[in-house]
Design a protein around this ligand. Structure first.
Ligand code: ADP
Length: 168
């Protein structure tokens, strides 16, 4: 496998995502980060444009990494991005069952294979939902999101919570 699509919602990008992207960029010739544009889930903290822009800035030093939006079936996005397979990260047991099911489904539907990278111990506990919660409550996001985009993420989450948006 020479090229992979790494799909997710990246709402927003975390140091956990970047750990995976950095390691994948050393393993594969081409890494396409696919940001899910989910119109069924409008209550995302960051717009699709913001999520893409944050990822592009965070990954700007990695020349074989591209960021794009996708919607609909993952197997269709794999075909459209012209990659060999899918990359996903595994943190703990909670990821495992769901990921296995999705990987099997994608293989059965379209012969698309999935490769998994185990999360580095230092980022095992980090999720985008936790970052959103900490940011909305005014906590320091140092070490949770990439330094280069920390201020933008902090401003957006803090600004939103002041407008009285509900958590979710
Ligand atoms: P999250 O689960 O943080 O909301 P996404 O839904 O955007 O993130 O997930 C995209 C991919 O990134 C998934 O494969 C997920 O397992 C992986 N991932 C998320 N956080 C981490 C982390 N801390 N370490 C490794 N992989 C992660």
């Amino acid at each position: 496998m020479r090229s992979v699509l790494y799909p997710g919602s990246f709402d927003p990008v975390t140091v956990g995502h970047m750990d995976l992207i950095r390691r994948a960029s050393a393993l594969f010739e081409r890494v396409v980060v696919g940001v899910l544009h989910n119109t069924q889930k409008p209550l995302q903290a960051f717009s699709i444009e913001q999520r893409i822009s944050l990822l592009q800035e965070a990954a700007s030093g990695l020349i074989n990494v591209e960021v794009c939006a996708y919607s609909g079936l993952l197997v269709d996005a794999v075909r459209q991005s012209n990659v060999d397979g899918v990359l996903r990260g595994l943190r703990a047991g909670m990821d495992f069952d769901m990921e296995q099911q999705m990987a099997r489904l994608n293989r059965q539907m379209a012969g698309v294979e999935t490769v998994f990278l185990a999360a580095s111990p230092s980022v095992l506990h980090i999720s985008a939902s936790m970052v959103r919660e900490v940011g909305r409550l005014g906590g320091d996001l140092r070490g949770l999101v990439p330094d280069s985009v920390r201020e933008r993420i902090t401003d957006t989450l803090g600004g939103r919570s002041k407008e009285g948006e509900t958590h979710g």
